[in-house]
Design a protein around this ligand. Structure first.
Ligand code: NAD
Length: 715
């Protein structure tokens, strides 16, 4: 865990070297070892100074999230934090100089440990990052970070680093004073030693700035005019952005405000309480589960079928050079894979490549891409109208028009050219994969790869397994998604698959609320307060109300008598057919889109959907009721997807929702939210909503069975 040596000049080196891991992490075992070893050094008269460093390529990556996720006993957790705080104080006040040599990244608890050293020197390592990412997982820097950093560099500079989790490089860290020096890589230990020997020779007692007499917080504390102004503005901005859904940044701000108004040790005690509160909160548990472990497993392809050799990709075919085709081609080229970009004419195919050139050009203009790198990327995209060019492709993805006949035709033409073991994938957003596979002469190699728009940016790919799709095709397709650095979830074939189906319920519920007479401004604001990135009516405009209408018509035609009309169908028909308002693309939907200004709600909506609020109608739902409906309608549909085995694993639902349509991570995901409520409470709410609003809220049997057995989704 830790290599300990003492040299002839009395410098004890404590080299972190966590066994069997690529990174050093802080957990009970590693921290205990470190504490014991430091105590040994501090207590040894022959030791004059301590050097903390790492044997790995980075310094310390942060806290052990598995251990944090498993913390359920507040008193025990608080006590262990208190012990670590006390130890760090003993290190600072131990009378011997302590220096940290940061060869690579120091993040979270790793950076906090470095802050508790008297001197920090970093290697000039372009890959190294420094910062406090805790907030991105619902936590705060709980090892003194909220107290040491603002006392070191001032509240103004510290607040964004602590509250937003931004990671900075060595040069930036030096500039703001978070570290003392940057030296050529490989010389950081020597630089730390030189500083230690100087400190020892000076004979002065080493002290942190905040422990020196007459210490003043740089830029002023919370009770100075400047401090008050900064804190008030930060508080208001935070509230505006987060609607108080995320307790972590708020608690961090409280730690700064309350902690810096008092002495250092009281500040640490304040931080320990806020940290304990967060670490045991459902929000942190949800964010750690979905954003960290869920995504890590998805990216590692944890659910990939075993026994299938890994597929390497060198050349793929992209049919359709439209919005999606061009975006997928960009992601593929960026992964170093050649792309044949095919459309009906050479000109149309070139248009797709031109889109890529434009997007990359913007990055080049911002200095994020060199001209040479951009040329190399573009050279991998080969526009064509000739199917013969698809020869040798390991995979062909079609993103042509959403028409069965056209998709069938391009499937046949491509299969006539590509090898017999090549995969054919469809990027359809609505057409069941099993049906599309009928056009294929090798349905076992046919699969759905559903990308999101803009495909060059959106990280999720929903992989859809048709009835005939083989496990090998699934495994090899997952390899492709990983190769292009996207995150896959795997679902079984069904109308709307998983993402479109559940995302659609959010939009539909917003439209149902409109029909009930709830003011549209309240509906969309409720969506935002619920944590969704866009309100349901604004979202309907974005995806187009016409599309909502078309999908409803198609579903009605497909299901015949079994189709149950929804309020959203009536609202969409009225908007599209009666009022000619198709959504944003037509410049008119639930919102108006003036050419010279900001969009705003269409004032005439009130005439066409009579609003009941303010008319003394007690039946008008409250804000909380609207939020509950907008959120639980997604959860109940997700539970149906699990019951129908459209989803293979609950965590896929959560990862897919967060990455696919910006579902609020603090709730964990549509399943994570059921888990947070607890199944008995969730069932009670769904039963009540089903009585009030109909069967769309009716809980599937799966939830009742699980509740009866006392089970929950996430262990
Ligand atoms: P688009 O209209 O921008 O592009 C379609 C392209 O396909 C056009 O360039 C067209 O010329 C080309 N094309 C048509 N027939 C062809 C043929 N026979 N051979 C070769 N090329 C042909 O459409 P898009 O938004 O890129 O969508 C494409 C597919 O992706 C659709 O199936 C759509 O449902 C699906 N999809 C779209 C989105 C989205 O948000 N736009 C998201 C996920 C999936």
């Amino acid at each position: 865990m830790l290599n300990y040596t003492v040299d002839g000049e009395g410098i004890a080196t404590l080299e972190w070297d966590y066994p069997d891991k690529a990174q050093n992490i802080l957990n009970h075992a590693s921290m205990t070892t470190f504490v014991e070893t430091c105590r040994m050094g501090l207590g040894d008269a022959s030791v004059k100074g301590l050097l903390v460093c790492s044997a790995k390529k980075d310094f310390i990556a942060g806290g052990d999230l598995a251990e944090l996720a498993g913390a359920h006993d507040a008193a025990a957790f608080h006590a262990s934090i208190g012990d670590w705080h006390k130890f760090l104080r003993a290190l600072e006040l131990g009378g011997k100089p302590v220096a940290a040599a940061l060869n690579g990244s120091a993040l979270g608890g790793g950076m906090e440990l470095a802050l508790a050293c008297h001197y920090r020197v970093a290697a000039d390592n372009p890959k190294a990052r420094f910062g406090f990412p805790e907030v991105t997982l619902g936590l705060l820097p709980g090892a003194g970070g909220t107290q040491r950093l603002p006392r070191l560099i001032g509240m103004q500079a510290a607040a964004p680093l602590l509250m937003e989790g931004k990671r900075i490089n060595a040069g930036e860290a030096l500039k703001i004073g978070m570290i003392h020096a940057v030296v050529t890589g490989g010389e950081e230990r020597q630089a730390a030693r030189t500083w230690l020997l100087g400190a020892i020779a000076s004979g002065e007692r080493p002290l942190q700035p905040w422990d020196r007499k007459g210490f003043k917080i740089p830029g002023g504390g919370p009770n100075t005019p400047h401090g008050m102004q900064m804190l008030m503005a930060a508080n208001a901005m935070l509230r505006e952005k987060s609607f108080d859904n995320y307790p972590a940044p708020k608690h961090i701000l409280s730690c700064i405000y309350e902690g810096l108004a008092t002495d250092f040790d009281t500040g640490m005690a304040i931080e320990a309480r806020y940290f304990t509160n967060l670490a045991l909160s459902p929000v942190a548990k949800n964010m750690i589960r979905s954003l960290f472990f869920g995504m890590q497993d998805a990216n590692k392809l944890a659910s990939r079928p075993t026994g299938v050799a890994q597929q390497k990709y060198s050349k793929i075919g992209m049919l359709g050079a439209g919005m999606m085709g061009a975006g997928i081609a960009m992601s593929t080229a960026a992964a170093g894979i050649e792309v044949v970009l095919l459309d009906t004419t050479q000109e149309a195919a070139e248009k797709g490549k031109a889109y890529a050139a434009k997007q990359w050009g913007k990055q080049a203009a911002r200095g994020r891409l060199t001209q040479q790198a951009m040329d190399a990327l573009l050279a991998r995209i080969h526009p064509t109208a000739d199917y013969a060019d698809l020869k040798g492709c390991e995979l062909v993805i079609e993103a042509v028009f959403e028409k069965r006949e056209i998709k069938a035709e391009v499937t046949r033409k491509a299969e006539a050219v590509i090898g017999s073991d090549a995969i054919f994938a469809s990027n359809t957003s609505t057409l069941p994969i099993t049906g599309l596979a009928r056009a294929s002469s090798r349905a076992a190699n046919f699969i759905g790869l559903h990308f999101f728009s803009p495909a060059e940016k959106m990280p999720l790919v929903e992989i859809i397994v048709g009835k005939a799709t083989s496990e090998a095709t699934l495994a090899r397709s997952m390899d492709f998604v990983k190769a292009i650095a996207k995150t896959p979830i795997v679902v079984n074939d069904s109308r709307g698959f998983y993402t479109s189906r559940v995302f659609g319920t959010y939009v539909s519920e917003g439209m149902a609320l409109l029909e009930e007479g709830v003011p549209p401004a309240l509906i969309d604001k409720a969506g935002l307060i619920a944590g969704m990135p866009v309100g349901p009516l604004a979202l309907a405009d974005e995806v187009s109300i016409e599309l909502v209408h078309k999908i409803a018509q198609q579903t009605r035609a497909d299901l015949g008598g079994a189709y149950v009309e929804r309020a959203a169908d009536r609202v969409a028909a009225k908007m599209v057919v009666d009022l000619g308002r198709l959504g944003r693309k037509s410049g008119a939907g639930f919102y108006d889109y003036p050419a010279d200004g900001h969009k705003h709600l269409w004032p005439d909506l009130a005439r066409h959907f009579v609003q009941k609020v303010g008319a003394g109608d007690t039946a008008t739902p409250t804000l909380d009721e609207i939020i509950e409906r907008l959120i639980l309608v997604q959860s109940v549909e997700t539970a149906r997807c699990l019951e129908e085995k459209v989803l293979r694993a609950p965590i896929d639902a959560d990862v897919g929702a967060i990455l696919g349509w910006g579902y609020p991570p603090f709730r964990g995901g549509p399943v994570g939210w059921l888990h947070t409520l607890g199944l008995p409470a969730a069932l009670a709410a769904l039963d009540r909503l089903a009585r009030q609003h109909g069967p769309r809220f009716a809980a599937p049997q799966l939830l009742r069975d699980m509740a009866a057995r006392g089970e929950c989704f996430h262990g």
